[in-house]
Every structure is written in C-alpha cells, then in structure tokens.
Design a protein around this ligand. Sequence first.
Ligand code: SAM
Ligand code: SF4
Length: 329
Amino acid sequence: MTTLVDPFLRRIRYLRLSVTDRCDLRCVYCMAEDMTFLPRSEVLTLEELARVARVFVSLGVDKIRLTGGEPLVRQNLPWLVRELSALPGLRELALTSNGTRLAAAAGELRAAGLNRLNVSLDSLDPQRFRAITRVGDLDQVLAGLRAAREAGFSRIKLNSVILRGRNDDEVEALVEFAAREHCDITFIEEMPLGSIDEHDRAQTFMPSAEILERLSARFTLLPSTESSGGPARYYRLAGGDTRIGFISPHSHNFCASCNRVRITVEGRLLLCLGNEHSLDLRHLMRIEGCDDEGLREAIIRAMALKPERHHFDLHEAPQIVRFMNMTGG
Ligand code: SAM
Ligand code: SF4
C-alpha cells in the first residue's frame, strides 16, 4: 500500500476532519463573540467528506477524528459516522465535542460506529463555565457525559484549556472529577489562532509545567510512557485508572513526532496547525473533477509541503489568522 511520508520521514496516519465551522458555544479562546460562518456552499458536503476520508484511509491513515466547530451541529452526522466506520483499515474513529448535544446524540453515534469521544470541559462551576463559553450551560454537558457513558463509550477524554485567572484554580477539581467519572483528562495550553479583541492570550497563558506542579502537590502522578500517538505527554494518577495528559505547544514542542494532517471545513488539507501550507481538495473535487486516483496523487505530492514545526509566539500578533473552529481543533 502507498503510505504518506513527509520530507522529515514522519509517517502520516492520523486525519482530523472538520465537519463544520459552526458552534453553539463561543469559547473566549476559540472564537470572537460575533462570528460570521461560511456559507454552506463553501463547506464540504457529507459525501465529499466521506470521499476524502476514504482516499486518506486508502493511503494508510488508520485514525480519523471528527471535529469543528461543534461536530454535533452538523445535520446527518451519524450518516458520515456510519460511512467512515465501515472503511476497511480504519482502526479508530473519534470525535471531539463540547458535549452540549451529546445527551440526545450519544446513542445514535455509538450505534453508527463511533469508538472514541473527547469532551471539552474547562470548568465545573456553572457561572464560570458560562463566562468561558459565553453562552454555555454546564448541566447540558454533564448530562451529555452521562449519556455517553450509558451509550457504551468508555475512557472518555476530557479536554481542558486552562487560562490563568479564569480557571487555573480548578485543575485539582477537574482531575478529581475525571477520576470519579473514570475519564482521562488532558490539559491544553492555549494556542494563538485568530485574534480576539477582548481576550489577551499573553495574560491568560498558563504553562503546563505550572499545572503539573500544582497537581503534584495534591496527587501522586506517575510518569507514563504511554502515547496516543499524539502530542500529549501522559501521567497516571496513582491508585486509579485516570490518565492525565498535557498538550504543551509552547513549552514542549511535539512536532518531531507529528503524525497528523487536518482538513478544514472548506476542504483545505492543512499540513500543520501552526502554518498555512495547504492543498485545496475542494477545488480538486469540484472544479478539476479529479477522480480518486487524482486525489490520491495530489495528496501524496502535498506531503512535501509539511513544515518541520510550528512557531507559535504569544507576544506577537497571531501569524495564523484562522480561528480554531475553522481549522478543526
Ligand atoms: N467544539 C468541539 C469542542 O470544543 O470540543 C470541537 C472543536 S474545538 C476547536 C477542539 C478543541 O480545541 C477543544 O478542546 C477546545 O478547547 C480547543 N481549543 C479551541 N481553541 C483553542 C486555542 N486557541 N488554543 C488551544 N485549544 C483550543
Ligand atoms: Fe465551539 Fe469548541 Fe470552539 Fe468552544 S472550543 S467555541 S465549543 S468550537
């Protein structure tokens, strides 16, 4: 089988597929309050999404994560999940959600073949949760998590972006919650994607090392050699099954082991989250009328564009003007 290898000999096995740029929340680090979303005609159709996924799996990609935006606001998402989960060679089909609509959707997604779930949760305090998400209702997310467990999702992973002065005093409570719920949890350093007027990223930046120090004062954390093949470094909570991960794009550069590419909601194959090198798959499909073989060849060629690393700097104006919801976080 032809596989995808970049100029730094990294084998690409993991595709993050953004299924919508829309969202029912407005997290302060992710979006501006007043967002203009893409017209539907510029967004890949479900059939196009299924097609590019199929081509990537034929090139050795064995893990796909559906993301956005909030994937659960996309109509007929279970159809896409069914199509992808049936692809021979796909080992893992995962989804990242803010959890607000999971209570209604978890059972159907599970039945459609979704096998991994990440749920974002930055605060356990309803008022704070509302402030960080601008509009969110914590109870909906907690109900979504319960429904997901009942539907049979195990080892759900919580994602928490920690912001100094906003939720940094909750890291212990978030770990205790994860342990109680038999979830894993990953703390993510904020990344400078898109500029948001009323939110100064340099002021709220909270390095992973500081979170680790706080947690180590309360819990026994055992360094783990486990890896999900992603950028997180893991610890295990002594006496339990909870894994605690840290994604630290600033303080611990993980690019050397990068095995992933992303497809934005308009069908741009993005070779790196922190750079703009890309290939316009929508143009190839819609305008050039490429068949699957043509797409495959273009994707193989595009691997040459994958940069060695990102260069995020919180103290400079963002070099990346797209927001996380466009990119597929
Ligand atoms: N809406 C879904 C959710 O919130 O889980 C999926 C998309 S969201 C963009 C994916 C992840 O990216 C979330 O865990 C979110 O917290 C994280 N995220 C968004 N903007 C970020 C930023 N600027 N820096 C770091 N993480 C960010
Ligand atoms: Fe929506 Fe997820 Fe962005 Fe929050 S992080 S605004 S939930 S896309």
